[in-house]
Design a protein around this ligand. Structure first.
Ligand code: TYD
Length: 191
């Protein structure tokens, strides 16, 4: 099973992924964590590029869209191998990040045609102001107007693509419980 957590920067994905991994392992599942951008050379190039003041420009975004698609394609083998071994894959971001951050949905879908889509996508929904306070402006994607637009696009995509949406502003433990409630029936567990 391939589970992905999505959300704007500062929505708490890393914390929730760590808690989710621990809970699933405690329940006896074999789990691997992955993240996008990855730690491949393409992923590292992306991280460098995200620091550029031009990071939100249209053409720059198109270049990033292509790089993210390549980085993701490299990751596919890892996901397939893990699933063949019956592992649960938890991912920090996936194809849907490109759909909202790089925009231009039709083109992004095309260049990501061969990537695997997650079985479960959970959107951690948070307003831009709170998210910004949490992430202290690490890169140029982290400004309020930009994040507000990304949040709106996530919510629209969630409705059209069947994501589970969790309010990420209710405290770490409540968010974790909400995520468990979504995942446990998919794994045949009662909590
Ligand atoms: P993030 O998950 O915030 O990584 P880190 O934990 O290293 O801060 O991802 C970095 C940025 O990459 C984030 O602002 C969203 C962006 N991004 C895209 O623009 N498109 C994509 O397809 C992906 C996966 C991420």
């Amino acid at each position: 099973m391939y589970i992905c957590l999505e959300g704007i920067d500062g929505s708490g994905k890393s914390t929730q992924i760590a808690l989710l991994e621990k809970w699933l392992k405690d329940c006896g599942f074999d789990v691997i964590q992955i993240f996008e951008p990855t730690d491949s050379s393409v992923g590292n190039l992306i991280r460098e590029m995200l620091k550029s003041p031009k990071a939100t420009d249209r053409d720059f975004q198109r270049t990033l869209g292509l790089l993210f698609a390549a980085d993701r394609m490299i990751l596919m083998e890892k996901i397939k191998d893990a699933e063949l071994l019956g592992k649960i894959v938890i991912s920090d971001r996936c194809f849907f990040s490109s759909m909202v951050y790089q925009d231009e949905e039709e083109w992004i879908s095309k260049i990501n045609k061969f990537v695997k889509k997650p079985d479960i996508v959970i959107l951690l929904d948070l307003n831009a102001e709170t998210a910004l306070k949490r992430c202290e402006g690490k890169d140029h994607f982290e400004n309020k107007i930009f994040l507000e637009r990304i949040r709106d696009q996530y919510l629209e995509l969630a409705e059209n693509s069947g994501f589970f949406v969790v309010n990420a502003n209710t405290g770490i433990n409540k968010v974790h419980e909400d995520i468990k409630k979504i995942i446990s029936p998919k794994l045949g567990m009662c909590i």
